[in-house]
Design a protein around this ligand. Structure first.
Ligand code: NAP
Length: 450
């Protein structure tokens, strides 16, 4: 009997896992909580990064495979709390279950004032501009409408995306699939200054060179790196520059910006290093960020110096990384926010494998790496699963579908996704664009069913 495997999460790691499983002859059901596939490729990659977003075309081919079935709009979790199906029910219905549901929440800063109105998590801001159906439009649009000066905390690629979206010329954004209300809010925004804070030095920033360079290429925007002390590299930074070509290139770009003559643009991106948020101030909403200067020690860790300065900001975007969350019935490492595993096999507190459960992607290793990293990672997990199931007689049956039918849950299948795709292209073309994202769950489901 053919093996039947469930993959929970239709993002890159889920679809790479499904592809590898299908290539090995298994039948694969790919479940997703949202009524659309592609995870962070749809709801995380910045809409103006057309080439990265085109990975969607490669991933869509996995869903076209005859061995792969899409069951979108199906929530896996605690059925008593409203989920459609539990992990235990999946384990009972399949020969193996691969969890690839990612890391969707934001990490906390733990500084006073973090929750003032006007202070938002990058995860939420990104979800808003990508048209995620659960995005909090009201909060994001109110925060943006108040803002002239913005502080972005963190110097990774998400911080770069947010900074670019806040400052880019509208012509660049209008070519994207951002929903119309997002474009309208960005067009109406009065943001002129974005201050990006790195708690360590320029050598420790985690952005990649291509993404960093793009900031300097934005029409009508000057990048300001105005503290020459940032380039007096401590020994640990100097040795990083020496040993890592990417770091060396990034530091060179930053140095060149610190020396260039500003071209008089009225929008500015200010890059601050050795600067960590100490406190967010404001009476009914944030108006100031108190920043503490830091030094970097021999291990590369930041330490506060006690010296502070203030930056005025009506919007603060906390871009300090994503965080995985637990799934009821599955072991969870609450310190690292990942599912504990050995080579993709989920293990319990004693380190013993949990039969039938596997994990891949960000919920396996944490929120790091580029999309392609997930291909290798998912492949390694599938290798473990296939080794465990070698020679096993498949359970047979139709997976979780009978349970869903009994509960009246009607998933969006591949035909449904194709209809959503066509509806988004039609909406985009009516506005002279290739595509416009449908941002409401009802609109997605109704497009899938029409
Ligand atoms: P990230 O690269 O881990 O960056 C997080 C940033 O937050 C770091 O600068 C980190 O500084 C800082 N940070 C963490 N805790 C902090 C605190 N308490 N106070 C101040 N700063 C703090 O994560 P990300 O930007 O969210 O990106 C996630 C992953 O997606 C990355 O692998 C990224 O490359 C990828 N991604 C790629 C693209 C692309 O290829 N275009 C686009 C978006 C995302 P420390 O280093 O000091 O901890």
């Amino acid at each position: 009997m053919t093996l039947r495997i469930a993959v929970v999460g239709a993002g890159p790691s889920g679809l790479y896992a499904a592809d590898a499983l299908a290539s090995a002859g298994a039948e694969v059901d790919v479940l997703d909580k949202l009524p659309v596939p592609f995870g962070l490729v749809r709801y995380g990659v910045a809409p103006d990064h057309f080439s990265i977003r085109s990975v969607r075309d490669t991933l869509a081919k996995v869903l076209d495979r005859p061995e792969v079935r899409l069951l979108a709009g199906v929530e896996v979790g605690d059925v008593g709390a409203g989920a459609d199906v539990s992990v235990d029910e999946l384990v009972a219905s399949y020969d193996g279950v691969v969890l690839t549901y990612g890391a969707a929440r934001d990490r906390r800063l733990d500084v006073p004032g973090e929750d003032l109105p006007g202070s938002v998590a990058a995860t939420d801001f990104v979800a808003w501009y990508c048209g995620h159906p659960d995005a909090d439009r009201e909060t994001m649009e109110a925060a943006l409408a108040h803002a002239r000066s913005v502080v972005v905390i963190g110097v990774g690629n998400v911080a770069v995306d947010v900074t670019r979206v806040l400052t880019a010329p509208m012509e660049r954004l209008e070519a994207t699939d951002m929903p119309q209300h997002v474009l309208d809010a960005l067009r109406a925004s009065h943001v002129n200054d974005v201050h990006v804070l790195g708690r360590r030095g320029p050598a420790q920033a985690t952005w990649t060179t291509k993404e960093l360079k793009e900031l300097g290429e934005l029409e009508g925007v000057d990048v300001v790196v105005d503290d020459p002390h940032d380039f007096e590299l401590e020994p640990v930074s100097a040795s990083l520059v020496e040993s890592d070509r990417v770091v060396a290139r990034n530091v060179d770009i930053l140095k060149s910006w610190s020396e260039h003559v500003l071209d008089g643009s009225h929008k500015h991106i200010h890059l601050h290093f050795h600067s960590r948020p100490h406190q967010l101030h404001g009476t009914d909403r944030v108006d100031t960020v108190v920043v503490e200067r830091t030094t970097v020690d021999g291990t590369g860790a930041a330490h506060g110096t006690g010296e502070t300065y203030e930056v005025g900001a009506q919007l603060v975007v906390r871009s300090v990384g994503y965080r995985g969350t637990a799934l009821p019935g599955v072991p969870f490492d609450a310190r690292r926010n990942v599912i504990p595993n050995v080579e993709g096999r989920v293990v319990d507190a004693d380190g013993s494998p949990v039969p039938g459960l596997y994990v891949a992607g960000w919920i396996k290793r944490g929120p790091t790496g580029i999309i392609g990293t997930n291909k290798k990672d998912a492949g390694a997990t599938v290798t473990s699963l296939l080794a465990d199931l070698e020679g096993a007689a498949g359970k047979g049956g139709d997976g979780v579908v009978p349970v869903l039918v009994e509960r009246g849950v009607a998933p969006v299948d591949i035909e449904g996704w194709r209809r959503i795709d066509a509806a988004e292209r039609a909406l985009g073309s009516s506005r002279g664009r290739e595509r416009t994202t449908l941002h409401e769950r009802d609109a997605l489901v109704s497009a899938a069913r029409t």
